[in-house]
Design a protein around this ligand. Structure first.
Ligand code: ZN
Length: 490
């Protein structure tokens, strides 16, 4: 089957047929997290959105180089050019080294992304590991005359850029509007115009994260890292750049301006943005008191939650909305998602029990075409999920004997259902995997205790005692009985 993937390009504001630069390879860059706090829903949505894209492109046969960065320097409070570095602030409050903060929250991020079954990107570069590349870009932009130096800091000259290019083409703004919406809080900015943005900032004496440069001891502006790292790993021109809609302006607009000056053209052909998440109809934010971390979702330990919701429930819930629409989290909606997810998993379990019949009562090829049509239409996961529920209905009918497929059709149907659910949407049966793990653990303990019995029979008391002591240290209660042994976990 020929698949034509159509994606909505934020740059042209149109749905476009996806054509990669190289016929078999795709370069994908997605702005990753700034690692200064525990992962929350706002991290889950872009990760899952671009995981779906990554998996589907691979499914279509592309070799994908997926680069998702970690911002560990230069992202200042309020996403502005002045203020404290978000990571340095956390480090100051917690009395830690900034890199301890970065390590801890990067590890937490990875742990929760694994739980959500988000595949690891091909490369995960850190901004602090690419200072040289960023300084090279600053020099390049200065040399080309699109930046100016002031008191050891370097700023991008938006006005000059805008004379030849449209600054605001991604976000649909123009610089006259920007003058009225961006203002200097104290009127003492050293920038020529309020919409100019920092490429390099001179570090204040108390600023911890700093590097030497020809301009000052300082640090890179937040937008610079993505221009430098995407060019390094994907080339000056690559296929898709993604991120949350909140990054569209100024972050991505600035990236386009920087890369256009450096390379003479915009960096990515397609720009994709996932929409935001709201909680009970409100924007999520620490100051609004409705901030829920992923750990709180998984354990239920937040007053806003009636119960815990598993990682796969969260994944399924996010996939129930097309990535460009908003998602509103409420207990009601999550419990409905949990029911739907369970029904889908039960259908997948039942699929194993279906036996072939003499003829086929429904058209597998037509069903397959509908599944791919949903994915090809800008990753329309809710339509795909609706199709998969039709598939579940057929599975249940086949078990009840009111529908059937020939052996050949059944094989095609099973392959399709599995690849859609398990490979592309990447939903997995959590109950089965934890039950499977418990069974495995039980078997291993039984084996250890059997070996202890053997040791006792051979009068190898040292080995027998060691097995007992070490298992007890791990938290097992072991009782010798007349028939052998019993154990339980404390
Ligand atoms: Zn970025």
């Amino acid at each position: 089957m020929e698949n034509t993937l159509v994606i909505y390009n934020s740059l042209t504001r149109k749905k476009e047929t996806f054509t990669s630069i190289h016929p078999k390879h795709v370069g994908l860059y997605v702005c990753g997290p700034t690692v200064y706090g525990d992962p929350h829903l706002g991290h889950a949505r872009p990760a899952i959105t671009f995981d779906l894209l990554f998996r589907y492109l691979e499914h279509l046969g592309y070799k994908v180089r997926y680069v998702r960065n970690i911002t560990d320097v230069g992202h200042l409070e309020a996403d502005a050019d002045d203020g404290e570095d978000k990571i340095a602030k956390k480090a100051r409050l917690e009395k830690l080294e900034p890199m301890e903060v970065v390590q801890y929250y990067s590890d937490r991020y990875h742990e929760f992304m694994d739980a959500l079954n988000v595949k690891k990107p091909s490369i995960e570069p850190r901004a602090s590991g690419h200072i040289i590349e960023q300084l090279q870009l600053v020099k390049d932009i200065l040399d080309k005359g699109y930046a100016y130096e002031c008191n050891g800091s370097v700023y991008f000259d938006v006005e000059k850029y805008n004379k030849e290019h449209h600054y605001g083409k991604l976000s649909g703004r123009n610089i006259d509007d920007l003058l009225s919406t961006t203002r200097d809080l104290d009127g003492q900015s050293e920038k020529k115009k309020s919409y100019d943005f920092a490429l390099w900032k001179k570090a204040a004496p108390e600023h911890i994260m700093r590097w030497p440069s020809p301009y000052s001891e300082g640090f890179p502006g937040w937008h610079l890292e993505c221009s430098a790292m995407s060019a390094k790993y994907l080339g000056e021109e690559f296929d898709i750049h993604g991120g949350g809609m909140d990054l569209l302006f100024p972050h991505h607009e600035c990236e386009i301006a920087q890369s256009t000056v450096a390379n003479g053209h915009a960096p990515a052909h397609y720009w994709m943005h996932n929409n935001m998440i709201t909680i009970n109809g409100q924007k999520m934010g620490k100051s609004l008191g409705n901030f829920i971390t992923l750990e709180e979702f998984f354990t239920g330990s937040n007053d806003l939650l009636e119960k815990a919701y598993s990682p796969m429930t969260i994944r399924f819930f996010i996939l129930q909305a097309q990535y460009r629409s908003t998602v509103d989290f409420s207990n009601e909606a999550l419990q409905a998602a949990e029911k739907g997810f369970t029904r889908l998993m039960e259908g997948m379990n039942n699929l194993e029990k279906v036996k072939p019949g003499d003829n086929s009562s429904f058209d597998v090829a037509a069903f397959k075409a509908k599944c791919y049509a949903a994915l090809n239409d800008d990753l329309n996961s809710p339509i795909l999920i609706a199709q998969l529920f039709d598939g579940v209905k057929q599975i249940n009918n086949m078990i009840a004997g009111t529908a059937n497929l020939t052996e050949e059709d059944l094989t095609a149907f099973k392959t399709l259902m599995r690849s859609m659910v398990e490979d592309i949407l990447a939903l997995k049966n959590e109950a089965a995997s934890s039950a499977g793990q418990n069974e495995l653990l039980g078997n291993v303990i039984d084996l250890m205790l059997q070996l202890r019995m053997d040791a006792k029979k051979n009068k190898d008391w040292a080995t027998a005692d060691r097995i007992r002591d070490e298992l007890q240290n791990m938290g097992l209660i072991i009782k010798d009985t007349k028939d052998g042994f019993e154990w339980e976990i404390k």
